[in-house]
Design a protein around this ligand. Structure first.
Ligand code: FEO
Length: 200
């Protein structure tokens, strides 16, 4: 429903000499009341927490990429650099959504990820564990949206639900290969790992 603020209404009246200019002023001064579908505060909070988790994921994979690179595994490093970029994209997607819905996205400090890893296999075990943690976190957002009847966010977050299925599947596929190979003779694995990325 159109609502005219009292202050604006006074302007129309003061500046009008006829119906024609009343309607002209109405168009100039009328501004719709802000926000028909503001982001629920509890949902805003949990989305901001997810911003931190996605940002940390990006740092974590960047640290793993750097470790792989200095240990002579350019292919593994390439996979992890791409994964780090993807996680940053996830973080940006959430930031933009919060702001577009009338909330305020806050970019936090991220804790420092590890610098060294005992082996490639152990590193990918950590990747899978981390993705499972992120999936659980996305599911908590889904549950909160349902509880708060925020069906707009519920619909939007489904993209992340699907994404997590893919990310867990990718990490599991890599670990399956590493379980076959052990920690040695990773030359072919390092050469071919990029072919295990869903989009490549
Ligand atoms: Fe964006 Fe893999 O979590």
């Amino acid at each position: 429903m159109l609502r005219i603020r009292r202050r604006d209404y006074q302007k129309y009246v003061n500046e009008c000499c006829c119906y024609r200019c009343f309607f002209h002023n109405f168009v100039v001064y009328y501004k719709p009341e802000k926000q028909l579908n503001m982001l629920n505060k509890k949902v805003e909070k949990i989305l901001n927490e997810q911003v931190e988790k996605e940002g940390y994921s990006s740092s974590l994979y960047l640290a793993m990429a750097s470790w792989s690179e200095v240990n002579g595994m350019a292919g593994v490093a390439g996979w992890l650099y791409a994964q780090s970029d993807e996680e940053r994209m996830h973080m940006l997607k959430i930031i933009k959504f919060i702001n577009e819905r009338g909330g305020k996205a806050v970019v936090p400090a991220f804790k420092q990820p590890g610098k060294d890893y005992p082996s490639v296999k152990k590193m990918f075990e950590e990747v899978l564990k981390h993705e499972q943690y992120i999936s659980a976190s996305i599911n908590e957002i889904v549950a909160l949206c349902m509880a708060e009847k925020d069906y707009t966010t519920h619909n939007w977050i489904q993209w992340f639900v699907s994404e997590q299925i893919e990310e867990e599947a990718n990490a599991t596929a890599i670990l399956d290969k590493l379980n076959m190979l052990g920690d040695k003779n990773l030359y072919v694995f390092d050469r071919d790992i990029m072919s295990l990325r869903g989009e490549d």
